[in-house]
Ligand binder design. Structure first.
Ligand SMILES: [Fe+2]
Ligand SMILES: [Fe+2]
Length: 130
């Protein structure tokens, strides 16, 4: 398994834990088929699904943090924004046909970024209660 899920990754908020787990599932799905030469459409589809889910996830987290009046909201948004920018760069490779490179870059990025962000930022932010 490329990216196993451990209970230590749970924030305790069901909605976001489910979204994080779903992201990890899609990342593992992408890893499993990333080098299948004949499956460009499948890689394309999974990569697009992952990007859509990530964007949706960031939006719902940011809305949640706004409702909580989380004092570090801007900092948290900036972390998401950095990833959005990187995704755009990777999508550039993707749309120029270098989709294997795009998949590999994306997997490496997600492996480190997602778990670090959950453990170091999301856990504290999402459970903020003033
Ligand atoms: Fe998150
Ligand atoms: Fe986050």
């Amino acid at each position: 398994m490329f990216l196993p899920w451990y209970s230590a990754y749970n924030t305790g908020i069901e909605e976001f834990d489910a979204q994080h787990k779903h992201l990890v599932d899609i990342i593992n799905e992408l890893y499993a088929i990333r080098h299948a030469e004949s499956l460009q459409e499948t890689v394309d589809g999974i990569l697009s699904k992952l990007i859509d889910c990530l964007k949706h996830h960031f939006d719902s987290e940011e809305n949640h943090l706004e409702r909580l009046n989380y004092p570090e909201l801007e900092k948290h948004k900036a972390e998401h924004q950095k990833l959005r920018k990187t995704i755009e760069m990777i999508q550039g490779f993707h749309s120029s046909g270098r989709w294997h490179l795009a998949a590999d870059m994306f997997l490496e990025l997600m492996k480190h970024w997602l778990i670090d962000h959950i453990l170091n930022d999301d856990k504290e932010a999402l459970t903020f209660n003033g």
